[in-house]
Design a protein around this ligand. Structure first.
Ligand code: CA
Ligand code: CA
Ligand code: CA
Ligand code: CA
Length: 244
């Protein structure tokens, strides 16, 4: 298993090469991106005809959660778990987001801890300055090969990880986000040659508070034939370019 930060060209080649070998579990590979175009290129090399879908953390979208009765107003406590069914969102999958810091609810557009810090359209884990170990998980049904998210105001350190889980709770890989993943709306994307069922973000216990402003999904799950054809075509195109 490997997890690297890759550029656009290498994303295609690596994803294609490992996808070809993905019939063997030992050849599974996970890739991390901070460039959204490279993330999409990698997913496209792994999955033929992959469709990318976005879920922004707006009031209207959060109002679609099973646990949320109406679109939330600024500074709403939405509880520790948010379930977004495909029948409600129109997306190609169900997903469930859960807080992993004990006692911390998700807060929409926190206006108490630090007004304006997490607005507009940002979901934070617990209130600013109250809950600062902002761990969260998201589970997918069905599994996907590509998942991205926009982080708001995180300060990374080497203790932070993104764990990628596959079928049966198998830990596929643990990714350490890059040190420059700070500021507003920083993109982090994960692709895998194996189906991703769950992602766990272990935030550091230090005083930084993080928010989420969007999720990105690469759906749907491919058939094995489509997977191999796509990977083979991507590799062939790269080799042709190298030979010419
Ligand atoms: Ca942090
Ligand atoms: Ca943590
Ligand atoms: Ca923190
Ligand atoms: Ca927090």
């Amino acid at each position: 298993m490997i997890a690297r930060r890759l550029g656009f060209e290498w994303a295609w080649m690596a994803a294609a090469a490992f996808a070809i070998g993905s019939a063997e579990p030992s050849r599974s590979a996970t890739f991390m991106f901070t460039d959204q175009a490279a993330f999409e290129a990698s997913a496209s090399a792994i999955v033929s005809g992959v469709v990318f879908e976005e879920f922004a953390f707006t009031s209207a979208n959060l109002g679609l959660a099973t646990e949320v009765a109406v679109p939330p107003s600024t500074d709403s406590d939405l509880g520790p778990s948010l379930t977004l069914a495909d029948s409600a969102t129109g997306l190609g999958l169900d997903f469930q987001l859960t807080s992993q810091q004990a006692g911390a609810s998700f807060i929409f557009d926190d206006a108490v801890g630090n007004p304006g810090f997490f607005q507009p359209n940002v979901l934070s884990v617990g209130r600013v300055n109250s809950f600062e170990d902002d761990d969260w998980e998201v589970a997918f049904s069905p599994g996907i090969r590509a998942f991205g998210f926009l982080l708001v105001n995180n300060d990374f350190n080497t203790m932070e990880t993104v764990q990628v889980f596959g079928e049966g709770g198998l830990l596929l890989d643990t990714v350490v986000p890059p040190a420059d993943s700070t500021g507003a709306n920083f993109f982090v994307g994960i692709t895998s040659t194996e189906s991703i069922l769950r992602i766990a973000f272990d935030e550091d216990i230090g005083g930084d508070d993080i928010g989420l402003s969007a999720f990105f999904f690469g759906a749907p799950e491919p058939g094995s034939a489509a997977l191999l054809v796509s990977a083979g075509c991507a590799l062939w195109l790269l080799l042709r370019r190298a030979w010419s």
